[in-house]
Design a protein around this ligand. Structure first.
Ligand code: PLP
Length: 462
C-alpha cells in the first residue's frame, strides 16, 4: 500500500503500534519500517495527526464519513441510548425501538418498494448475508441448483469469505484460497480501459450485456444462475461509472434468466452520487439492497439489507419449514448504532444534505474535469461527489507507468499527504470522495492541494 514518508522513531504511538497492532489492508513489512500515521482528532472535514498536523479528509475516511469528523448531536444520542438500553438483541422475536424506527425509516427512503430490513455491522456482513439469502430463497422455491451469483471484475463487496469472493480484485483472492464455489465474475464496465477501438459507449454497454448473457449460458442458464450483484458506481475498483444504458441492458438479461438483482449501495447510498441512492442515479431496480458506511455517517458500525416482498415471502416460507432463519449477529440492529443511524438520517433531512450534495456536485465535477488536461491524467471521471483521476504515462495510447518501478499513484498520494490532504490511490487511479458536508471553499482548497501533488509527481518523473 502507500508509503507514509515520516519517521516513527521518537513517536511513541508509532512504536507501540508497530509492536502490537495488526492492521487491515497493510504491507506488514513496510509498516515495520515506516510506522503508522496516527490520527487523534477530527473537526468538520479535517482530521489531525498526533504531531498536530491537519489534513483535509478527501476520502471521508473510507468513502463513508458524510458528516465529517465531529457532531455533538450524534455523540449525545449515543450517550442517551447507552444510558437507557446499551444493548439488546433481535433474535427469537425480541426487538427494541431503535431497530424498529430505523427499519421503518429505511423502508420509507428505499428507491423501490421494499418489504423488510435486516441489520448487520458492516458492508461485508451485509453482502455475506445476501449470498446466504439467495441460496436460502432458491431452496425455499424448490430450485436447488439455482445458486450461482454473478459479480464483476473490479467490483468490491467486502472481505468476509463470501463477500471477498464477490469482490473482483486479485488481492482479495490471492493466498486466501478464494473465491468460493458458485461465485462468478463478468466484465467490468469501464469504457476508458476496456472499450475497443472504434466502439461507442453504447456498443460497449451492449457488449457487456452480451458477455453477461454468455457467462450465464455457459454456467447453465436460468436453472443454475441465481443473482447478480453490482455497486451502482464501482468504488474501490477505481470509481467506475458505467456508460449510459448499461444497467438497463444488464438488468434485462438478469430478468430474462429469472435472476435476483442486488444493489450494493455501501458507498453510493445516502447522497454520494447526487441522489439518495446510486440506484436512482443509474436507473437500477433492485430486489435486494445493501447499505452501510454513511447509514450512520460512520459514527458507529451498522449496515442493512433491504429485501422486496418476493424475497421476504420465500425467506418466511423456508424459516417456517425449518423452524427458524438460522442467521443473525449478536449486534444485528444494535440499539446504540441504530439510534445513531436514525439520528444521522434526521440530520441529513434537517440540513438537506442530499440537496447540498446535489447542488455542489457540478462544482465538484468541474474540479475533477479540470485535471483532464494535466500531462499525467488519462481519464478524469466523476458522478455526484465521487471522482477519480487515472494517471497514465502516455495520454494518447493510455499506456500506464510501471506500477512498481514508478509507482505514480503512490507518489501523488505521498505528495498529497505532505500538503495536508488525504486521497486514495488504487494503483494509478486516484479517488476523491470528500465528506458530503464539504463547502465550496473547502473543495477549492482540496483540489488546489491535489494539483500541487500532481505537479510535484510530474516533476519527479521528468
Ligand atoms: N461494499 C462496498 C461497495 C464497499 O465499498 C465496501 C467497503 O469499502 C464494502 C462493501 C465492505 O464494507 P465493510 O468494509 O464495512 O465490510
Amino acid at each position: 500500500m502507500n508509503d507514509v514518508s515520516r519517521s516513527f522513531r521518537g513517536n511513541s504511538n508509532a512504536a507501540r503500534d508497530i509492536a502490537h497492532h495488526l492492521h487491515p489492508y497493510t504491507n506488514f513489512k513496510k509498516h515495520e519500517a515506516t510506522g503508522p500515521l496516527t490520527i487523534v482528532r477530527g473537526r468538520g472535514v479535517y482530521v489531525m495527526d498526533d504531531d498536530g498536523k491537519e489534513y483535509i479528509e478527501g476520502m471521508a475516511g473510507l468513502w463513508s464519513a458524510a458528516l465529517g469528523f465531529s457532531n455533538e448531536r450524534l455523540a449525545t444520542v449515543a450517550y442517551e441510548q447507552m444510558k437507557q438500553l446499551p444493548f439488546y438483541h433481535a433474535f427469537n422475536q425480541r426487538s427494541h425501538e431503535p431497530a424498529i424506527n430505523l427499519a421503518e425509516k429505511l423502508k420509507a427512503m428505499a428507491p423501490v418498494p421494499m418489504s423488510k430490513v435486516f441489520f448487520a455491522n458492516s458492508g461485508s456482513e451485509a453482502n455475506d448475508t445476501v449470498v446466504k439469502m439467495v441460496w436460502y430463497v432458491n431452496n425455499a422455491l424448490g430450485r436447488p441448483h439455482k445458486k450461482k451469483i454473478i459479480s464483476r471484475i473490479k467490483g468490491y463487496h467486502g472481505v468476509t469469505v463470501a463477500a471477498a469472493s464477490l469482490t473482483g480484485l486479485p488481492n482479495n483472492h490471492r493466498s486466501f484460497d478464494l473465491p468460493i464455489a458458485n461465485i462468478l465474475h463478468t466484465s467490468c464496465p469501464h469504457y476508458y480501459r476496456f472499450g475497443k477501438d472504434g466502439e461507442t459507449e453504447e456498443q460497449f454497454a451492449t457488449r457487456c450485456a452480451e458477455e453477461l448473457e454468455q457467462l450465464i449460458l455457459k454456467e447453465g442458464g436460468a436453472e443454475h444462475v441465481a443473482a447478480m450483484i453490482c455497486e451502482p458506481v464501482m468504488g474501490a475498483g477505481g470509481v467506475i461509472v458505467p456508460p449510459k444504458g448499461y444497467y438497463e441492458k444488464i438488468q434485462a438479461v438478469c430478468r430474462k434468466y429469472d435472476m435476483l438483482f442486488i444493489a450494493d449501495e455501501v458507498i453510493c447510498g445516502f447522497g454520494r452520487t447526487g441522489n439518495v441512492w446510486g440506484c436512482q442515479t443509474l436507473n437500477i431496480q433492485p430486489d435486494i439492497l445493501t447499505c452501510a458506511k454513511a447509514l450512520s455517517a460512520s459514527f458507529l458500525p451498522i449496515s442493512a439489507v433491504m429485501v422486496n416482498d418476493k424475497v421476504y415471502q420465500a425467506l418466511a416460507t423456508e424459516s417456517d419449514k425449518i423452524g427458524t432463519w438460522g442467521h443473525g449477529f449478536t449486534y444485528s440492529g444494535h440499539p446504540v448504532a441504530a439510534a445513531v443511524a436514525l439520528e444521522t438520517q434526521k440530520i441529513y433531512d434537517e440540513i438537506d444534505l442530499f440537496g447540498h450534495a446535489k447542488r455542489l456536485s457540478p462544482v465538484f465535477q468541474k474540479h475533477v474535469a479540470s485535471f483532464a488536461d494535466h500531462p499525467l491524467v488519462g481519464e478524469a471521471m466523476s458522478v455526484g461527489m465521487v471522482g477519480a483521476l487515472e494517471i497514465v504515462a502516455d495520454k494518447k495510447t493510455k499506456a500506464p507507468f510501471d506500477p512498481v518501478a514508478v509507482g505514480a499513484g503512490n507518489r501523488v498520494y505521498n505528495h498529497a499527504v505532505q500538503h495536508g490532504l488525504f486521497i486514495r490511490n488504487m494503483g494509478d487511479r486516484v479517488a476523491i470522495c470528500p465528506p458530503l458536508i464539504i463547502n465550496e471553499a473547502e473543495l477549492a482548497d482540496l483540489f488546489g492541494r491535489l494539483r500541487k501533488a500532481f505537479d510535484e509527481t510530474l516533476a519527479d518523473l521528468r
